[in-house]
Design a protein around this ligand. Sequence first.
Ligand code: E4P
Length: 234
Amino acid sequence: MKFFADTADVAEIADLAATGLLDGVTTNPSLIAKSGRNFLDVVKEICGIVEGPVSAEVVATDHATMMKEAAVLRALAPNICVKLPLTIDGLKTCKALTAEGVKTIDGLKTCKALTAEGVKTNVTLCFSANQALLAAKAGATYISPFVGRLDDIGHDGMELIQDIRTIYDNYDFKTEILVASVRSPVHVLAAARIGADVATMPPAVIRQLAGHALTEKGLAAFLADWAKTGQSIL
Ligand code: E4P
């Protein structure tokens, strides 16, 4: 299972990258705003810190502008992963244009066009299995189901992860399940049990994974006993 850091805090990312446990980074417009920095500057800096994919989100809502924004983001670094919203543009228009082989779901359409060019894509704001099915059919590299936000409204976020795993396995879709909106190590454990491909976590949750009261207690006892020996390894 891959671990991504869900933050635009460069110092935190550098700290986690130094552990060798970080496989990538995800950002979103809210995290960029929280960083207080210029979007393109901070994303470029992050791309220089981690070798893995760094998700940077477009903010346009129409296909043509999304493509232009994606071009700007892609020019920042080779490990950019273009993050696109899972949006629907209208079933009527969809039906008409599908006959011409064009999709009217702007985020998905952009995703498909970018995937064809070999660009990594992350389709975000996924809250249903059918949305995940559409993203896979559009060729997304990653689908980002938001488990914490589903839990917040009384749904079971992990049920969605299980459904997506089943559907992707049924059809051998290669889109990776990137569990997002992770709030605690409990989410990470559940995602790993299901077989999700990636969990993107706030830095605090990544650190919490290593913590256990019995580990701390045991280490303290070992060190106290070691001190009693009066010995030194070095
Ligand atoms: C990551 O790609 C998502 O944007 C992020 O995990 C959302 O998390 P939140 O629901 O805590 O804002």
